[in-house]
Ligand binder design. Structure first.
Ligand code: HEC
Ligand code: HEC
Length: 372
């Protein structure tokens, strides 16, 4: 009798346990991601950058000095960057399209926004914003602080058009009020502080540790430790392949960060860019990690890109003169004159691979702090 009772109560307890776990599971599944599972380091991370390589002297373009970054404000920026609450239906964060392992770019041609729609252009790597004077493929935004709120309201990206709503939404979490209190001495949440947090986090995304950086960049280039193929690629990049006519400076971007070009991708561009197929000359920093390539992500590999410059350039009436003729300056010259051998294409790709910064993509202070 006693034994039977014991078995009965044991069965009852088991049943209870099963019901309890099932309910719990349901509660968890209600949240698309477990947003409240925020894990930050016990001691606030160091986001200030006090030492930049010599090649970066005079490269700071925006008003924020990297030494003046507030660690507490950048921490808010990190949480915001990865928080799906910034989208209208809690499904996407900045980090959904700017992924750390790909140097904060997206490995697909068009990124998926909150509603499943695709962005018309490829999501760029967003490192070294502190050096940039213009943003987006067409350079349409000139100020980082103004830029950072744009994706939140964008109808494809995050869809949260009323930023006042966002202030309320964030105030109703169990983590933002405390984070804002720690950073600003007041738990009040405003759009200005949200922009400040994101800006300071983006400014802290500093990429200075590639093999190319360690060799001194283009101005102080020291060949030591470079393979024969990488060096042959460097010679082509700065020489006959004329890449550096457009890609130069610490980020291998356009001259003065403002240069634009039509590189003859098509005879008729679907997306006209600034106008007539002109796009801002993009950064080649970490380029081995940021496939697919071009504003529309049409090329899957760096080999495909180099082959475009080698023999794929289309004779667009607005084709940049630097891509015409043997030395560029002839506006009527033949754009297909490059004629690199397969080996030379490999060499160029090998050199482009030296722009990769492995330190940045492994740095945990830039990683997703939510346990999903
Ligand atoms: C749905 C995907 C998506 C989301 C979400 C998203 N972005 Fe982007 N981001 C893009 C795309 C696509 C571009 C390129 C757009 C263009 O050039 O027209 C871009 C461009 C940028 C740039 C310009 C980089 C440069 O060098 O010009 C910055 C900075 C940026 N995003 C920051 C953010 C921040 C901050 C957030 C979150 C508040 C965010 N993005 C959310 C897709 C996304
Ligand atoms: C006339 C200026 C110019 C020259 C010369 C030039 N580029 Fe470009 N490059 C651009 C522009 C502009 C784009 C973006 C075009 C677009 O998306 O429509 C670009 C895009 C790229 C991209 C894709 C970047 C990304 O993030 O998608 C790579 C890689 C690249 N160039 C490498 C090279 C190499 C290697 C050479 C030399 C063989 C070279 N470029 C020569 C202007 C130039």
């Amino acid at each position: 009798m006693k034994k039977k009772n014991l078995i009965l109560s044991f069965t009852f307890l088991c049943a209870l346990l099963v019901v309890f776990t099932a309910c719990n599971k349901e509660a968890e599944q209600d949240l698309p991601y477990k947003n409240n599972n925020l894990k930050l380091p016990a001691e606030v991370a160091e986001y200030r950058v006090t030492e930049l390589p010599e090649s970066f002297a005079n490269q700071i373009s925006n008003s924020q000095s990297l030494e003046d970054i507030s660690n507490e404000v950048a921490t808010i920026g990190r949480v915001l960057f990865y928080d799906t609450k910034l989208s209208v239906n809690n499904l996407v964060s900045c980090g959904s399209c700017h992924k750390q392992e790909f140097a904060f770019s997206d490995p697909v041609a068009g990124s998926t926004g909150f509603d499943g729609d695709k962005t018309p252009r490829n999501a760029q790597s967003i490192v070294n914003c502190f050096t940039k004077k213009s943003f987006f493929w067409d350079g349409r935004v000139r100020d980082l602080n103004e830029m950072v709120l744009k994706p939140i309201g964008n109808h494809i990206e995050m869809g949260l058009e009323e930023l006042d709503e966002l202030e309320v939404k964030l105030a109703n979490t169990d983590y933002y009020p405390a984070l804002f209190e720690a950073a600003y001495g007041s738990s009040e949440i405003t759009k200005e502080k949200i922009a400040d947090g994101l800006t300071q986090f983006l400014n802290a995304l500093v990429s200075i540790d590639s093999k190319f950086d360690k060799a001194g960049g283009e101005f102080f280039f020291n060949q030591e430790g470079f393979t024969a193929s990488e060096l042959a690629g460097a010679e082509l990049f700065w020489g006959r392949a004329r890449c550096a006519d457009c890609h130069s400076g610490v980020n291998m971007r356009g001259w003065n960060d403002e240069d634009v070009a039509n590189i003859g991708l098509d005879v008729e561009y679907k997306d006209q860019g600034i106008e007539n197929g002109h796009f801002l000359v993009p950064s080649l920093r970490n380029v081995a990690l940021t496939a697919p390539y071009m504003h529309d992500g049409r090329f899957a590999s760096l080999r495909d890109v180099v082959n475009h410059y080698n023999k794929g350039i289309q004779d667009h009436p607005q084709l940049d003169s630097r891509l015409r003729g043997e030395f560029g300056w002839d506006p009527t010259g033949d754009p297909t004159v490059l004629n690199l051998s397969d080996k030379q294409v490999d060499d160029l790709v090998a050199f482009l691979n030296t722009f990769t910064d492995e330190v940045l993509i492994a740095d945990t202070k830039f990683s997703d702090p939510f346990v999903r």
